[in-house]
Design a protein around this ligand. Sequence first.
Ligand code: TRP
Length: 345
Amino acid sequence: MTTSKKRILTGIRPTGPLHLGHYAGALENWLRLQGEYECFFLLADYQVSDYADDIEKVRRSVFDVTLDWLAVGLDPERGHFVIESLVPEHAELTIWLSWYLPLGRLQRNPTLKAEMADIEESSDREKGMSVPVAFFTYPVMQVANILLPKAHLVPAGEDQSPHIEMTRELARRFNRTFGEIFPEPEALIGRFPRLVGIDGQAKMSTTRGNTIDLMDDAETVSQKVMRMYTDPTRLRATDPGHVEGNPVFMYHDAFNPDGAEVQDLKDRYIAGKVGDVEVKQKLANALNAFLDPIRERRAHFAAHPEIVREALATGTAHAKKVAEQTMAEVRAAMKLNYLDGFGAN
Ligand code: TRP
């Protein structure tokens, strides 16, 4: 692996298997860029404090997400698969960075605000579960994730933009105060930044239970597609339908490579000349054709957990070395090496 390449750092919270939203919003870019950049793919297990009562799920998800990565074709020979908490330098840099981040700046972060509202809403007030302190500060750790390997590019979902903007600000502030250490990273948003869920709501999300997962079998995918929310104004197949904003057609656009078929379905849908069932069956076929090779590779790696383990062990060890180097620079720049030369004058 050449080290002269520019670097990518990106991550996923290990809270469940990956879904089509992850693929269209981010993974696709990771795959495309993994040869061009030196890549760090992070399993951000420090950042799932909303799963504090279900650590077993986090453990399982670390394995599941890694399998999904291998299944879609991320290559541990070309990118580093990293378990965040096994590189505790992430936590250390988070503390130093949080010295330079005004409280109000974090409180105004729109993604964080929305996620905290979701947690408050879904949490069982009787048990007194509410937003953990660690959840409030996770965007600072995300900044540390990106700065530790001095990443230049962060391919991620659209909702990550406020965090990446904060990273740029903190990098500038740190560099101004202590000297040039960190590049100012750019965000790269995927082709379909906010794939809607099968319920037609907001975005596809594990917590909302409206996903089609990369590991779903063909039957499950067909059933989910048949249940999909579609044009609510259309009662009969002969009613003219709406394509714009229709989740079934959004998925066709994202995952059906047969452009002529999609155009034909759209034309007939608008004219009231095709039923939802046909449109959905064709979508299920397209999704299953897309997912089949992913399923095959997933089964292969699931049968070889030693390969999965090795990918995580090697990638994490490499990231740890890189992190130690950066932390040594940070400590020197901040003059935190109190004991060096202590008592010399
Ligand atoms: N917060 C991201 C998410 O919810 C996951 C993540 C953690 C991440 N660390 C990162 C993304 C660093 C990009 C860069 O999807």
